[in-house]
Every structure is written in C-alpha cells, then in structure tokens.
Design a protein around this ligand. Structure first.
Ligand SMILES: Nc1ncnc2c1ncn2[C@@H]1O[C@H](COP(=O)(O)OP(=O)(O)O)[C@@H](O)[C@H]1O
Ligand SMILES: [Mg+2]
Length: 320
C-alpha cells in the first residue's frame, strides 16, 4: 500500500476550491463557441507536445513544432527522431481524447498504448513494453525499483488510483499518480512524456482541461520530484495547480462576456494607483496565493485577483 503524506493539504485548500470553481464555470458554459474551442484545443495540443518533448531534450522550438504538426514541414538541421517525437506525441494526445469519458477508469493497457505511441518508430523494441532491466535517472536522489518489481508496483498504483483510499481530489490524485509512476519508472525511456499524458486523463475525465508542465519550469519540476521522492508533495502540487490554472484561465478568457482581464504583472503594477510592487505580487503568484499563471517566463494576473487577496487579508485581520 502507498503511504502518502498529505500535510500539503491545508495550504492548498483555497487553491483547490478556486480550480474547482473555475472548472464548474467552464462546464456550465458548455457548449463553448465551437470555433474558439477547437482553436484553443489545437493550440494547447501543440504547446503540450512542445513542452513535454523539450523537457525530455527535444530541440524543436514551439514554432518548429507547430510547423511540423500543422504544415508537415521538415525542419532543417533537426533529426528524424525529433520529428517523430513531435508527431508521435500529437497522436498520443488524440488517442487520449478518444478514450476519455466521465467514468473513465485507469487501465494498464492504456498506459502501455500511450507509451507505445510515444516511442513508435523510435524505439520499436521497447515501445509499449515494461522494462526488463535496471534504469537510472540523471540527477535523481534515488534509484528506481528493480525490474522484477515493476509490474506489481504498476498494478498497485493503478489500483490505488481507481480505489482512491484517501479520498483525494482529482488534482491530488493526478499529482500523486504522476510522481509514483516516474518513481516506478516502468519504461527504459519515455516515462516522463507518458505520465504527463496519462495524468491528464485523470483530470480531463472530470472536466478539467489538460495541465501542461512548462519547459521553462523544468528545473523546478525536477526539484519538486526529488522532494516528492522524500515524501514531500508541496512543490509538485504547486506546480500542478499552476499548470492547471493556466489552461483553465486560457479557456475562461475565451468565454463570451467573461470578466477576466489577465495582464502581465509588470504592466499592472506600473499603472498609477497600484498598491503593491512587482516583486511582491510576483511572489504571491509564484506561491500560488493569488489567481495567476505563467506564460513563458512571465506571470499574468488580474487586478481583481490582487484586490481579492487584499480584501481577504483585511477580512482575516478583522476576525483575529
Ligand atoms: N528526481 C526525479 N525523481 C523522479 N522522477 C524524475 C526525477 N527526475 C526526472 N524524473 C522523471 O523522469 C522523466 C525522465 O524519464 P524518461 O524515461 O527519460 O522520460 P522521457 O524520455 O519522456 O523524458 C522526467 O520527465 C521526469 O518525469
Ligand atoms: Mg528520455
């Protein structure tokens, strides 16, 4: 049985609530305007492919990934393998969308199929196959379990996700699944790309959009995984919530008559009458204390999110 330290929970309560509220708004406004929707979905698929592959070492840029996927162009100077990785990842996303539904239950065969698509034409010998030997993860503070344990551990993890004994919410469940799967490291290669797809099945089946871990957060992501290996889920949970908030915000901003006005923090604080400085607001954003998300290296928030934070603090002061 997996022991999970849930001491992160208290700190994340309001963030979880906000993410669920946003998802509910999104669900209520369905059907969304279809042209806008399919555009966002397409753009997110490209971003997802670009970010997940570049975390793994693929050197195609976002624009190049887009050209390969949308226009079928071959990029000079980039290997065949990198082109396959982009196309394979897109196929895996499409597969994900084809199997996701409200009552989706995680199955081992789906994890293997997704892994098979990821390494198709690249590593034919072990695409879709559990490893039969040892592996090491560069920079990790542990060595993944022996190959003869992998199959049982994987079954146990899938059972854990489907029975959810601690009654974790969907975001927690996806985060813990994400970490435990890369900890088991069931495959010789492609573990990261596979788990960043499969964890989104767990979110998407509940009506969330996919959470995309950004390449610019690669270092943070690896540090968070090392902390999780020691049982501390705080940082990984924050990264997951922020990734999810970003895609939720992208969808919500596309709704007709929405009142979201996301701006770069630097432009908000430079307006006359702005109360706090850029450093402070950026800190609140990074810590997940205000409704904010990251694009590339910049943080975006709304004036309302800052005001809500101030009001909330004021209220707390009045209570205590
Ligand atoms: N310290 C760590 N602890 C646990 N997992 C890690 C650690 N560092 C990296 N990982 C995971 O391992 C993945 C890399 O494994 P790999 O099989 O090469 O996957 P891929 O080829 O898709 O990147 C990373 O994307 C990450 O998810
Ligand atoms: Mg790899």
């Amino acid at each position: 049985m997996w022991k999970i330290d849930t001491t992160y929970r208290e700190e994340f309560q309001s963030t979880f609530e906000r993410l669920y509220d946003k998802m509910a708004v999104l669900k209520q406004s369905r059907p969304l305007p279809s042209i806008a929707l399919s555009k966002i979905k397409e753009q997110l698929s490209i971003e997802w492919t670009y970010n997940s592959n570049s975390i793994e070492g693929n050197t195609l840029t976002l624009r190049e990934t887009q050209m390969v996927l949308q226009e079928g162009i071959t990029v000079k100077g980039k290997s065949l393998r990198e082109h396959f990785e982009a196309k394979n990842h897109e196929k895996a996303i499409n597969y994900l969308f084809s199997i996701v539904k409200d009552d989706y239950e995680l199955r081992c065969i789906d994890i293997l199929s997704i892994h098979g698509l990821i390494l198709n034409l690249i590593e034919e010998d072990f695409a879709g196959r559990i490893r039969n030997g040892g592996v090491r993860i560069t920079g990790a503070n542990f060595i993944p379990p022996n190959a003869n344990k992998v199959s049982d551990l994987l079954d146990e993890l899938i059972d854990y996700v489907n029975t959810n004994p601690l009654d974790l919410n969907d975001i927690e469940l996806a985060t813990i699944f994400h970490h435990k799967l890369v900890w088991i490291h069931p495959f010789f290669d492609g573990n990261g790309r596979t788990v960043r797809l499969v964890m989104n099945l767990l979110l998407m089946r509940k009506g969330f959009p996919p959470a995309i871990i950004l390449n610019t957060d690669r270092k943070k992501y690896y540090e968070a995984l090392n902390l999780a290996n020691n049982g501390n889920y705080q940082k990984l949970m924050l990264l997951m919530c922020q990734a999810l908030e970003r895609t939720l915000n992208i969808y919500l901003s596309s709704l007709p008559d929405n009142d979201y006005d996301f701006q770069e923090i630097s432009s908000i604080v430079n307006e006359p009458g702005s109360f706090y400085g850029q450093e402070y607001i950026s800190l609140l954003a990074r810590q997940g204390k205000i409704d904010a998300h990251k694009e590339g290296r910049n943080w975006y928030t709304t004036k309302k999110a800052i005001q809500d934070y101030i009001d909330n603090r004021q209220r707390k002061r009045n209570i205590y």
